[in-house]
Design a protein around this ligand. Structure first.
Ligand code: PRT
Ligand code: ZN
Length: 212
């Protein structure tokens, strides 16, 4: 029998809530997240546990049929996949921040600035729409320390509570993207897989209604 293959983050901020949602849908998994692959016991679903950044590419290529990622990762990778459903957890925002003593009057202050980020596509789109040209320094982690080591004048990073910015002497000056976990899907699912996806989304809707 055909199964729908879903890619879930192996370990990180999305993992627990993604699996909790599956569980709330009444779906049981054989052997947790310790393996690369797992099966559902009572639903035609198969799990792949991956790094979140790899999920949109796997879904585009059809290695996975659907996946759960942050909208930030979905947009940044620019992969040809569709959002099937916003899931309402892992809410955060992508913001620009500058050292707290810097006077900031508006986005034009960043003309010619050096900005460190892990999101060059989202930030590049945002700046070019506003006619701002800046040098983007792409770094994969610890973006918040870039100003203090002299690498950048500003940063663009994920913010949740704001405490990371605060602890690094930075202030948030623009929110450029709002994000939450979303279910993404391959654009060419077979009829059988499409039907399984609809059953899964039906259950997710019911869970979400119950939470309201
Ligand atoms: O290993 P893998 O590549 O799979 O995971 P990862 O380390 O790339 O991602 P992970 O697990 O950190 O985050 C997964 C997704 O969770 C992100 O893509 C976002 O969609 C979402 N999310 C929600 C967050 C946060 N909240 C968050 N606070 N992602 C990152 N952060 C980081 C942020 O980068 C910054 O360093 O937390 C810090 C800021 O938090 P506050 O509360 O101090 O503002
Ligand atoms: Zn990642």
């Amino acid at each position: 029998m055909e199964k729908l293959r879903i890619a879930i983050q192996k370990s990180g901020r999305l993992s627990e809530d993604s699996l909790a949602l599956i569980k709330e849908c009444g779906i049981k998994i054989t052997n947790g997240m310790r393996t690369l692959k797992s099966d559902a016991l009572n639903f035609p679903l198969e799990f792949l546990f991956l790094r979140d950044d790899d999920i949109p590419g796997y879904v585009e290529d059809g290695v996975a049929d659907v996946g759960i990622v942050g909208e930030n990762v979905w947009y940044e990778t620019g992969r040809e996949v569709d959002v099937a459903k916003p899931l309402g957890f892992s809410k955060c925002r992508l913001s620009l921040a500058v050292p707290k003593h810097v006077e900031y009057t508006g986005i034009e202050d960043l003309q010619g600035a050096n900005i460190a980020t892990s999101y060059p596509k989202i930030l590049g789109d945002y700046l070019s729409k506003r006619g701002v040209e800046a040098q983007l320094h792409v770094i994969s982690g610890s973006v918040e320390i870039a100003p203090s080591i002299g690498l950048a004048d500003a940063i663009c990073d994920i913010v949740s509570s704001g405490s990371t910015l605060f602890m690094n002497g930075l202030k948030e000056v623009e929110t450029i993207f709002s994000s939450q976990a979303v279910m993404i899907r391959n654009r060419q699912l077979s009829q059988a897989k499409q039907e399984i996806l609809e059953r899964l989304l039906f259950r997710i809707n019911a869970v979400q209604k119950g939470q309201k």
